[in-house]
Design a protein around this ligand. Structure first.
Ligand code: GLA
Length: 512
């Protein structure tokens, strides 16, 4: 009796299990419609919203992925071009299965092995939390001159680890960069994992101990920066600070971080990309940082939206990106750099326009182009955040990044913006008053052949009547590191293709 009963139970259980398996298989293999999360230990998250019709899969929103579920295999791609993203997954029963994401992203691409897992709509689109109004936060007193340092993104994207950052701190000191003024080692996207059981943000397996990393960088006499977002994820899917702003600010302070780059990224899925929402989101973290009482440089990264240079300082910002991302090529650098002159008046001690990080030494531009890049950033009083591999730089790259005469222009305390003195064809002459009545003068050739560029000394009429009349001053060429002869009322130089001649008057302009 007992055994008959048991067998009946067993048979029922087996039948149930079989029917569940069939149902799951059927559901899993024939309808992927819904929200999915791709996660992998080697990369950030990706949320997908899939729609299935027969064997055809399309995606809504992000990335326009499309493909098929055929013979139990999911294949999704967003095109066939060189920068396509591809997902491959054997779709097995249930709502979670192994998947591989292949990204074609230049040197940063690769295959990430992880899982695709069904998630709720709320996880993908969390409810909006209230934002504070913009109010004038007290100045934190940091970065009276534009910050100088190194950031991981331009060279490594998210493909780097704790050892890379330590290596960069070592090289910063050994190469003479630290001596030249570079101070902040900034860990950009790729360090964060999710949150622990108490909601505390954690480093991923490549960054097992963020506090130890900060201690190491400090032991070299340097400062360290970290990266997050007002959104739930940073741009590449790693954990962001949405809904945890105060906790994260405190965690960064407890770990000993001195600088936060706060990148809009997925905040766009929650807030509007309007001035009111953007400034509220940045104000929220500005307040959270202030509350920690630790001096933390606050770097706003929202690509210049809402004329951030007009309100960034109020939200507590020490610097704010004024543009989209720079790439390591002449066109990108030229487009960004020469578009900054009109807003140069908005930079002030402790609150800087940031036309994005340096590409010097990354290999996509000629030495002349990199000298133009560095000279222009210095004239703009832009942050000098190197983005190359400091461990392996050539002597030429080092000579650009550590040119102390050019760095001195960037760091000069005279709070006067750069001005366009003259423009002819693709030539531009930029001037900026420096302390001690000196003047920096950049002759820029944006043409792809050498060009002769001239200006008259008496055309330089700067603020406070700082000018030269027709008397030529003593002038140094800051790339040749020598005094250049000046006679007559005009200065003329042949400037190489995409190159610069950067001058500084050493006997001061004459006050008239
Ligand atoms: C944005 C920023 C970059 C970098 C990446 C990381 O594009 O502008 O500087 O931080 O995000 O994904």
């Amino acid at each position: 009796m007992k055994s008959t009963h048991l067998s009946a139970l067993l048979i029922t259980a087996l039948l149930l299990a079989a029917s569940t398996a069939i149902a799951q298989t059927a559901a899993g293999q024939t309808d992927l419609t819904g929200y999915w999360k791709f996660s992998s230990p080697t990369s950030g998250l990706d949320y997908l919203q899939l729609k299935q019709s027969g064997e055809t899969i399309t995606s809504v929103g992000r990335g326009s992925l499309a493909g098929t579920l055929h013979a139990g295999k999911l294949h999704l791609a967003n095109g066939t071009d060189a920068d396509a993203t591809v997902y491959e997954a054997p779709v097995v029963a249930g709502d979670k299965f192994p998947a591989t994401r292949i990204t074609h992203d230049g040197p940063w691409g690769g295959a990430d092995v992880g899982t695709l897992e069904r998630v709720t709509e709320q996880e993908v689109h969390p409810a909006r939390l209230p934002l504070p109004d913009l109010r004038d936060l007290p100045d934190n007193g940091l970065v009276r001159t534009p910050p100088m340092g190194w950031n991981s993104w331009n060279k490594f994207h998210d493909r780097f680890d704790d050892a890379t950052v330590r290596g960069m701190a070592d090289a910063m000191v050994a190469s003479g960069m630290a001596k030249a003024g570079y101070t902040y080692i900034i860990v950009d996207e790729g360090w964060s994992s999710s949150r622990d059981a108490n909601g505390k943000i954690t480093g991923n397996s490549r960054f097992p101990d963020m506090k130890a990393l900060a201690d190491y960088v400090h032991s070299k006499g340097l400062k360290i920066g970290i990266y997050s977002s007002p959104g739930p994820q940073v741009c590449g899917g790693y954990q962001g600070s949405y809904g945890h702003e105060e906790e994260d600010a405190q965690t960064f302070a407890d770990w000993g971080y001195d600088y936060l780059k706060y990148d809009w990224c997925s905040a766009g899925g929650i807030y509007q990309f309007t001035w009111a929402d953007i400034d509220g989101a940045y104000q929220k973290m500005g307040e959270a940082l202030e509350k920690t009482r630790r001096p933390i440089v606050y770097s706003l990264c929202e690509y210049g939206a809402g004329d951030v240079w007009k309100w960034g300082a109020k939200a507590g910002g020490n610097l704010w990106r004024t543009t989209g991302d720079i790439s390591d090529n002449w066109k990108s650098m030229e487009r960004i750099g020469f578009a900054q002159i009109d807003i140069a008046t908005n930079a002030q001690a402790g609150h800087w326009n940031d036309p994005d990080m340096l590409e010097v030494g990354n290999g996509g531009m000629t030495p002349d182009e990199y000298r133009t890049h560095f000279s222009l950033w210095a004239l703009l009083r832009a942050p000098l955040i190197a983005g190359n591999d400091l461990r392996t730089m050539t002597e030429e790259t080092k000579s650009i990044l550590t040119n102390s005469e050019v760095i001195a222009i960037d760091q000069d305390l005279e709070a006067k913006p750069v001005q366009l003195l003259s423009q002819q064809g693709l030539s531009e002459v930029l001037v900026r008053p420096l302390t001690g009545n000196a003047v920096a003068i950049g002759l820029f050739n944006r043409d792809d052949k050498p060009v002769e560029i001239s200006f008259r000394w008496d055309s330089i009429h700067l603020f406070d009547n700082l000018g030269f009349g027709s008397r030529p001053p003593t002038v140094r060429d800051l790339w040749k590191h020598e005094v250049v002869p000046t006679t007559g009322d005009t200065f003329t130089a042949t400037v190489p293709a995409h190159g610069v001649v950067l001058l500084q008057t050493t006997n001061g302009g004459r006050r008239r």
